[in-house]
Design a binder for this molecule. Structure first.
Ligand SMILES: C[S@@+](CC[C@H](N)C(=O)[O-])C[C@H]1O[C@@H](n2cnc3c(N)ncnc32)[C@H](O)[C@@H]1O
Length: 200
């Protein structure tokens, strides 16, 4: 259920870089929620892509990474920021060399401090229908909603709508279409991709 890996969905990362960041980069606080983040490769991949494209304004980014974390060990992994090379091998070489260093433990690499501090983990159940906060500019929720009943999926997307600032963005995986009952709450940012902008 917690299947994930670094740079899993480069297309969405690039859509965020190209369509979301230009719209928000001048803000003092850029608050992002990665909902259903598993053990961290997704929020850290996003942090890396933003760090690469934003330069010094990356300092304004905070990524709140949450998961139901049934076995209770994601927090330690994400906060530690240390991953075995096997999980890092898809990262382009130059990026890997810039943001990961050996840390004594054989076969493991530690992610750079600024990225580690940018990602803040908390345990959270999406089906509680309570947003972690209500001032977000972007919510990323990928490969999670497909496991929910249609009615819950709709309610979670409504909850996301309420958690976003005016004009905020929602990114889902390619196969996760926007349910018709909540389609009026968001508009597509580009054709044939699951990146949406909040309406209203
Ligand atoms: C397949 S992983 C996806 C990880 C990552 N988003 C990605 O796409 O690579 C699904 C994640 O959803 C989490 N999850 C399942 N039900 C959840 C819930 N009710 N609230 C929050 N997270 C949940 C699981 O614990 C798991 O880590």
């Amino acid at each position: 259920m917690a299947f994930t890996y670094f740079f899993r969905d480069l297309q969405t990362l690039h859509l965020i870089r190209d369509h979301v960041i230009p719209a928000v980069r001048c803000r003092r606080y850029i608050k992002i929620w990665d909902a259903g983040c598993a053990m961290g490769p997704e929020p850290y991949s996003l942090a890396i892509v933003l760090r690469e494209s934003m330069g010094p304004t990356f300092g304004n980014v905070k990524i709140y990474a949450t998961d139901i974390d049934e076995n209770g060990h994601f927090g330690e992994i994400i906060t530690g920021g240390e991953y075995p090379y096997d999980q890092l091998k898809r990262i382009p070489k130059g990026i890997f060399e810039r943001y990961f260093k050996k840390n004594g433990k054989p076969g493991y690499f530690l992610i750079e401090d600024q990225l580690r501090k940018c990602v803040e983990y908390q345990k959270h159940d999406l089906l509680s229908m309570h947003p972690i906060r209500k001032d977000l500019v972007l919510i990323v929720c990928k490969n999670v909603l497909l496991h929910f009943r249609e009615a819950d999926r709709v309610e979670v997307i409504r909850m996301f709508h309420g958690a976003l600032q005016r004009g905020g963005y929602l990114a889902m995986e390619q196969t996760q279409k926007m349910p018709r009952r909540v389609a009026g709450l968001f508009e597509p940012v580009v054709a044939n991709a699951q990146l949406f902008r909040k309406v209203g």
